[in-house]
Structure formats: structure tokens, C-alpha cells
Design a protein around this ligand. Structure first.
Ligand code: TRP
Length: 391
């Protein structure tokens, strides 16, 4: 980041206080419209009707397929650079919700290669995060018949040939114009891998609309992929995007980051830890004394605890509205609001952790979600490679 009031958002770095409207202009994506929100299956997920997913590319195509009960898929992935925090799971819980409503196919790529190229971490450490993250992804509870999980370096027989086909369509100068100068040639190549993720459902199942619900920092990858798809050699639709704001950091407006000073709330945190983190660190939109607060009230828009509730952790609209009003009029104190947020988040995490603890080992659980041999070969054939088995 540079001077005050500036911000950076790329897949590789997010910094500063983000102006989400300006970002849309920079990226050339569109605001999600009221009509589009209405076109989601009823009831729309709170992340949609509260506009945490606030922007889109080409989403009408996806919504038409959903409403016509035609084939459609969702791709949303995870870069395994550390333990997952509550901001990381929003797209996955959203994808699961939509899968339950529409029976969508869901593809979940895990980009261990990307995080190895990007971070100062050994392959062993990335591998350990990958396994931990996979258990959290499985704990979300996707339907194994309609869900595929791909790990880049473990599914190389599919990912590498497809990425090879797509990499040839992207020049180094496009990469530099989109991401800045990459730190190594791995990062120059990686956008072809993520394009592979986004096109994989169509390469396996035939042409159909795909939605990528993800935080807005991933939009450059989506743009690159849409350009590749545009070339139409592969008879695919350009993937549609549904782009979200970042869950705020405990420290206040901005992205919840794994690396800044205030701690993140991890999926593994117990109830006590959640309360402790929120009571100690959550940025408050309230006044500095109780008397002032009773008199002037607080500002929910600047209060991290309220933001947590409104993003995801209080699904009841009426209750949320009541909390907001009581905070504004001063009858609800900052400490009380913090405890409501902590309570809801701890409840959510307990359910997640309970499902995770019911899982067997990865070796037992993952196979149901991996690509079948037939699917692998279909994808390879679609771009012109031979069966894996002929060598
Ligand atoms: N690049 C994403 C990240 O850093 C992870 C990811 C990989 C992804 N493939 C994806 C996200 C496909 C959405 C869709 O977090």
C-alpha cells in the first residue's frame, strides 16, 4: 500500500481501507441489482440479500439456468496457506446452501501450488495446512454425489494438462498488466491453473453456466479465465462471478487477515476463545463511556461485532434490525453487543466442529469427493490429451 486513503486488492495482497465502489470501477464488474437478488431461489441466502456478495459478472446467465432447472455448477476454492478463519468459510457455506436449494454441482479446488509459490513456507507445511483445510471443507457437509474436491498437486493428471492448454492463450504481458510483476514463474503460470478450476465442471459435464462465488480479490483470476473461455476453442460458457466484500477484521474496517495484528477467529476456536478475542479486540462503534453511549448511541456500521452479525452470524432479519436499533438508541451497550456476536459465532463454530469431529480420516473421507477416472479422462479429452491410462 502507498499513501493514506489508498488501497490494494489483488489475489496476492489486500491492504488499506477498501473503497468497494471504486474497486468495481477498477475491475469493471457490476453492482448486484435488486432484480438479480430477487432471481435467486427463495429465500435468498443472507449473504446475497444483505449484499455481502455485492457485485457480479454475467450472473443472469447462471440465474436463468437455475430458474429453468437446467444444469449449472458452482466453483469456489481455497488456498491452503494456514488454518481457516470464519471469513474463509462464507463462500463454502453459501455454496452448500445453494446446492441444497438447486442441486447444483459444486467443485472445490484447493490451490496448494499457488500458496507454495506465494508464501515463505515449505511444501511440508503447505501440505499440513492442505490436510487440515480439507477436513474443514468436508465438515461443511456437501453432497458427495454432487461435489468434487480437487487438490492441484494431487490431481496433476487433470490439472496440469488443462492448465497447459490454457497457459498458451495468456501472454506474460497480460499477467504483468493484471497482477504486477510475479515473484517467480510459478505465479506467472498459476492463473492458467485457476482458469482450469473454473472451467473444469464444463470440461467434464459439457457446456453449462458456472458461478464463482468468492471474495472480490479473486476477480483478476476470473477475468483471465473469462478471456480464455472467450476464445471458444473449448465450447464453454464464460464463468459468471458473484463477488463479496471481506469479512471485517476484529480490528475494524478492512479484511480479516491471517497476518495482521488483531487475531482472526479460527474455525477451531472454542467458545471461551471466541468470547476472549471479541471482548478484547473487536472494534467498537460505541461511545467511550456508558453514560455517553446511553445518550448518543452507537454506530452499528462501524462496529465489528455488529458487522459479524449482519454479514453471516445472525440470519434472522428482524432480530438483526432490533439489535441495530437498540445499539443506535443507546439501550444496547458495546459489551452486550460483543457478547451477542460471540454467542452466535461460538454456536456456529460448535456445529462446524461437531460435524468435523464426526468425520473419519482424510484417507477414508476424501475419495467420495475426488474425480472419477471417467471424469478425469473426459476433461483430458476435451482439450485434446489422451487417456491417462495409455502411457
Ligand atoms: N486462489 C484462491 C485463494 O487464494 C483459492 C482458489 C483456488 C479459488 N481456486 C479457486 C477460489 C477457484 C475460487 C475459485 O484463496
Amino acid at each position: 500500500m502507498t499513501a493514506e486513503n489508498e488501497f490494494t486488492v489483488t489475489p496476492y495482497s489486500v491492504d488499506g481501507e477498501i473503497d468497494y465502489e471504486k474497486l468495481l470501477e477498477q475491475f469493471g464488474a457490476d453492482q448486484l441489482s435488486d432484480d438479480q437478488i430477487t432471481a435467486f431461489p427463495d429465500p435468498a441466502h443472507p449473504l446475497v440479500h444483505r449484499r455481502v456478495f455485492y457485485a457480479e459478472r454475467d450472473i443472469d446467465r447462471f440465474l436463468s439456468a437455475v430458474n429453468a432447472e437446467k444444469p449449472h455448477s458452482i466453483v469456489t476454492g481455497r488456498g491452503p496457506s494456514g488454518p481457516m478463519h470464519i471469513g474463509h468459510v462464507l463462500p463454502f457455506y453459501f455454496a452448500k446452501y445453494l446446492q441444497e436449494q438447486t442441486n447444483a454441482l459444486v467443485y472445490i479446488p484447493v490451490s496448494d501450488d499457488e500458496k507454495y509459490f506465494l508464501k515463505e513456507m515449505s511444501l511440508e507445511v503447505i501440505g499440513a495446512h492442505t490436510r487440515e483445510n480439507l477436513l474443514d471443507l468436508l465438515a461443511v457437509g456437501f453432497d458427495p454425489d454432487r461435489t468434487r474436491i480437487i487438490v492441484d498437486t494431487a490431481d496433476g493428471d487433470v490439472v496440469y494438462p488443462l492448465a497447459t492448454a490454457f497457459a498458451k492463450a495468456v501472454t506474460q504481458s497480460t499477467i504483468e498488466a493484471t497482477y504486477g510483476e510475479p515473484a517467480n514463474i510459478g505465479l506467472s503460470f498459476y492463473p492458467a491453473v485457476q482458469a482450469t478450476h473454473l472451467l473444469l465442471p464444463q470440461l467434464i459435464e459439457g457446456r453449462h453456466p458456472t458461478l464463482v462465488p468468492i471474495a472480490i480479490d479473486q476477480d483478476p483470476h476470473i477475468r483471465i479465465c473469462r478471456d480464455i473461455a472467450d476464445k471458444q476453442r473449448y465450447d464453454v460458457d464464460k464463468p459468471s462471478a458473484l463477488l463479496s466484500k471481506f469479512l471485517p477484521s476484529l480490528a475494524g474496517p478492512g479484511k480479516m487477515s491471517s497476518s495482521d495484528d488483531a487475531p482472526s477467529i479460527l474455525l477451531s476456536d472454542d467458545r471461551e476463545t471466541v468470547f476472549e478475542k471479541i471482548r478484547t479486540h473487536a472494534y467498537s462503534g460505541g461511545q467511550s463511556t456508558v453514560d455517553e453511549h446511553r445518550e448518543q448511541g452507537g454506530d452499528p456500521e462501524r462496529d465489528t461485532s455488529f458487522q459479524f452479525l449482519s454479514y453471516f452470524f445472525e440470519t434472522d432479519d428482524e432480530r438483526l434490525e432490533r439489535i441495530s436499533q437498540e445499539y443506535r438508541d443507546g439501550s444496547l451497550l458495546s459489551g452486550e453487543l460483543k457478547d451477542i456476536a460471540a454467542e452466535n459465532i461460538a454456536d456456529f463454530l460448535e456445529c462446524h466442529q461437531e460435524r468435523r469431529s464426526q468425520l473419519g480420516s482424510l484417507v477414508d473421507e476424501l475419495p467420495a469427493y475426488r474425480l472419477t477416472d471417467a471424469e478425469r479422462n473426459r476433461a483430458r479429452h476435451r482439450v485434446g490429451f489422451l487417456d491417462n491410462g495409455v502411457f
